[in-house]
Ligand binder design. Structure first.
Ligand SMILES: *[C@@H]1O[C@H](CO)[C@@H](O)[C@H](O)[C@H]1NC(C)=O
Ligand SMILES: *[C@@H]1O[C@H](CO)[C@@H](O)[C@H](O)[C@H]1NC(C)=O
Ligand SMILES: *[C@@H]1O[C@H](CO)[C@@H](O)[C@H](O)[C@H]1NC(C)=O
Ligand SMILES: *[C@@H]1O[C@H](CO)[C@@H](O)[C@H](O)[C@H]1NC(C)=O
Length: 498
């Protein structure tokens, strides 16, 4: 680490946020990985005794979607998990992040019945990875709630925290001897804010009230699961538990927009992370007041952001062993102009806090207006996290390039990965303890309501072929070179961007 720090230090003298052009080594302890999620890859939606989940229901019952792509088969990892392990090995991964399907493991949603088939499937995957020396990183919940629990109100019902705690205990009991890194919940914003604004399952119109209930009860669910691990399993297994928070880098469009950008960060990330990672716990103070005042003006008798009791604040505070960061892009934030039509949350703007999101003209783009590329934003983000929470360890639990084109020669993805990984090297040299990088994604998969049209995969998957044949892209070859040599290869052949 010291040699890295010295090498980078000399480069930093000549320009603080600029790029490095020579190859540095990643430290020995740094772990390279890739990630997937159950509903996006598994398929086998009705295999054995698996229960129905919210995505099965949404795709099968909503006429808007039923004729389109769905996750019935997806990448068929339910059958092709051996090939997935082989790919992780080809890439030279240290870790592979995947999620458990709650309804596959607990067909009733509740812990009264554990599926033998579900147990077998995940045991095979975990043991198969370990045999190849690849550590499993397991997410308990990645957007696919058992439908039976959704019918009881899902994440808007306070009882969910007990149902989730029971599920977590089952998973820790079955797999905790071999799984040492756990993520309770992936991107609560990704299903509270979007699931209750008809952009994701459960596809309910609940932006005013329900999404904030979901927000609160995901925090309590996470906290209970963390405490169960801490008390009942950590003494035996010595693992780590956190959650994965989606957090892009946000900059004020003008100096006058600084305050609204700070509020926006509290609204985007603070609602899901501040109660867990801040020293004092509870909702982010500025946002809490903003929501209370606004709710009052609107005639509500209490804040739409449901208060946390002193006990709840203590329950949630400090329930982490590292910060799990899903980071993809940067945006500029400005106050909306009077009368201006505000873009849709969470990618374009927010009616609730009256902001618009923009891109900086200097940032490159993926071709999608909401997905500008700004690698330096990741390093700024990591510094922001250190300053705001003082967390002692950060794992990048997702980062990846969304391509509208599904070709194999994905030069733009290589450049994206290289440039973001370089910012991680710089952050490490700055003294930020980033210990892992999990590329999203191991392979092309179901991009939720976006279907199979675009790709995030290091491996291309042929969704027209019953075998779901996986083919390495150029980026897979590049990444395997990075993992094996632990350096970035700025000279990677075929690429010319110095
Ligand atoms: C499982 O779902 C498929 C559609 O994906 C259907 O063809 C098949 O009949 C179902 N199997 C069972 C046992 O229900
Ligand atoms: C970074 O995190 C690892 C894993 O938790 C820990 O062992 C190490 O001491 C940390 N390093 C620093 C400099 O805080
Ligand atoms: C992390 O934040 C603390 C507290 O503000 C600060 O003292 C420390 O220098 C920061 N570390 C880095 C690497 O910037
Ligand atoms: C699918 O796999 C089977 C069994 O390995 C093989 O016989 C068949 O040729 C494959 N089909 C395609 C299109 O690759």
């Amino acid at each position: 680490m010291d040699s890295v720090r010295l090498a980078v230090f000399s480069i930093l003298i000549s320009g603080s946020w600029c790029s490095v052009t020579k190859d540095l080594k990643f430290p020995e302890w740094f772990k390279f990985g890739a990630a997937t999620a159950a509903y996006q890859v598994e398929g086998g939606w009705n295999s054995s005794d698996k229960g129905e989940n919210t995505w099965d229901r949404l795709f099968h019952s909503n006429p808007e979607f039923s004729s389109q792509d769905n996750g019935d088969v997806a990448c068929d990892s339910y059958h092709l998990w051996r090939r997935d392990i082989e790919m992780a090995e080809e890439l030279g991964l240290d870790i592979y992040r995947f999620s458990l399907s709650w309804a596959r493991l607990l067909p009733n949603g509740f812990a009264n019945k554990i599926s033998e088939d579900g147990k077998r499937y995940y045991n095979n995957l975990i043991d198969g990875l370990l045999e190849k020396g690849i550590e499993p990183v397991v997410t308990l919940y990645h957007f696919d709630l058992p439908q039976i629990l959704q019918d009881l109100g899902g994440w808007a019902n306070p009882l969910i925290s007990d149902w989730f705690a029971d599920y977590a205990r089952v998973a820790f009991t079955l797999f905790g001897d071999r799984v040492k890194t756990w993520l309770t919940i992936n991107e609560p914003l990704g299903f509270c804010d979007t699931g209750y604004s008809k952009q994701q399952a459960p596809y309910i119109d609940g932006e005013v009230i329900a999404k904030y209930l979901c927000n609160k009860y995901t925090l309590i669910s996470h906290a209970k699961a963390w405490r169960i691990y801490d008390e009942e399993f950590r003494p035996r297994y010595h693992g780590k538990v956190s959650l994965a928070t989606i957090f892009n880098w946000y900059e004020p469009a003008t100096p006058e927009d600084k305050e609204i950008t700070d509020l926006m960060r509290e609204y985007w990330e603070g609602r899901f992370a501040y109660p867990i990672f801040s020293k004092e716990g509870g909702w982010p103070p500025t946002l809490e007041k903003f929501m209370a005042d606004k709710s009052k003006q609107e005639g509500y008798s209490r804040s739409r952001l449901p208060p946390l009791t002193a006990e709840e604040i203590e329950l949630i505070r400090g329930t982490y062993d590292f910060y799990g960061l899903n980071h993809y892009l940067s945006r500029r934030i400005r106050k909306a102009r009077p009368g201006e039509k505000i873009g849709t949350w969470p990618l374009y703007g927010s009616d609730e806090i009256n902001i618009q999101m923009e891109s900086d003209p200097s940032w490159e783009t993926t071709g999608l207006d909401w997905f500008p590329i700004n690698p330096a934003g990741l390093r700024k983000q990591l510094h922001w996290l250190n300053q705001t929470y003082g967390v002692n360890e950060v794992m990048i639990t997702e980062n990846g390039y969304l391509d509208l084109d599904k070709h194999l020669d994905d030069t733009a993805r290589i450049k994206y990965m290289r440039d973001y990984l370089e910012q991680i090297q710089l952050a490490i040299a700055d003294g930020i303890n980033v210990t892992a990088y999990m590329a999203w994604s191991l392979m092309d998969n179901l991009e939720w309501l976006g279907g199979y049209g675009a790709s995030f995969g290091l491996y291309q998957v042929d969704f027209t072929d019953d075998n779901r044949t996986r083919t390495p892209r150029e980026s897979a070859r590049y990444y395997s070179r990075v993992t094996r040599t632990r350096s970035l290869h700025h000279d990677h052949e075929g690429l010319n961007y110095v």
